[in-house]
Design a protein around this ligand. Structure first.
Ligand SMILES: [Zn+2]
Length: 290
């Protein structure tokens, strides 16, 4: 422990155990900020936990102050920047058409390339490591067991991705179907855990950013059939993302969350709404924040 000015102990970084921890974003600020519309300076959004009914207002998403130092946070930052650019590019790939409230989606797999093998997997492992490193009573804490230490080695010590860890991505069709402009991003979701598969069931974690759901296989033996083999990204530059109707169900609780926060958001963003009404601003994206 080092001491701060007030002589209170400052927690050390959980990775290097040398430098003091800073306020580190759990989800990168870039992913949070793209949720906002138009001029973003004073807009706030809500973080909602539909299971417990807990909700918080937020400017740039949730951060945790006792887990990472600036240097270790920067290591993840490089993976996160590259993931942000990749998902933004893939979100522009046309997976269907929208006319009013009607969506026609072309399900299947869509090919794409990444420049650096496994970089996206390191990004996903870093996100899960952060949520697994929050206090156990935090509303979004996850317990990924042995994977927490394994992901720490993957993200900060250059460990290779073991054969039983893998990632695939699926276009979030709930966002596509529910909102007017499918290329925009309307929400993000912190990680969930569960067993998924058809003939084989594996422990997976998943979270949603940038219009995609990112699935991570949690050190489970065998080949998961929850996605086609070519969609699992480990060891590849030639990749495929999935478009499947099942993704509509994954973020269904967003409906409920929007209902829970409608009034709070209206209050929080009254000033921005008034500027719209008075014509000082014109909406460049969707009309109401979520
Ligand atoms: Zn550190």
């Amino acid at each position: 422990m080092t001491k701060s000015k007030e002589d209170k102990p400052v927690p050390l970084c959980l990775v290097c155990r040398e430098r003091p921890a800073i306020r580190a974003h759990l989800l990168p600020e870039s992913f949070v900020r793209e949720v906002f519309h138009g001029p973003k300076d004073d807009e706030k959004h809500m973080i909602v936990h539909p299971d417990t009914g807990r909700k918080f207002q937020s400017n740039t998403g949730r951060f945790e102050k006792d887990i990472l130092c600036a240097d270790c946070d920067n290591v993840l930052g490089a993976y996160e920047d590259s993931a942000f650019r990749l998902l933004k590019r893939l979100r522009a790939v046309e997976v269907g058409t929208k006319e009013g409230t009607r969506s026609d989606v072309a399900v299947g797999t869509y090919r794409f390339r990444v420049d650096v093998v496994d970089e996206f997997i390191r990004f996903a492992c870093g996100i899960l490591w952060k949520y697994a490193s929050t206090p156990p009573d935090a509303p979004d804490h996850i317990d990924i067991g042995e994977c927490r230490a394994m992901f720490e080695d993957i993200c900060w010590r250059g460990a290779p991705i073991p054969g039983w860890v893998d990632v695939f991505i699926e276009r979030d069709l709930f966002a596509f179907a529910a909102f007017p402009e499918p290329e925009q991003v309307y929400y993000y979701c912190s990680p969930s855990l569960g067993r998924r598969g058809y003939r084989t069931a594996h422990d997976l974690a998943w979270f949603s950013v940038g219009g995609f759901i990112i699935y991570v296989k949690l050190n489970q033996p065998g080949i998961s059939d929850f996605a086609l083999r070519k969609c699992w990204m480990r060891g590849r530059t030639d990749c495929h993302f999935m478009v499947a109707m099942r993704s509509v169900e994954v973020n269904n609780s967003i409906h409920e969350s929007i209902g829970m926060t409608r009034e709070d958001l209206a209050k929080l963003n009254r000033s921005i709404q008034e500027k719209y009404r008075s014509g000082q601003m014109s909406p460049t994206r969707r009309g109401s924040p979520t």
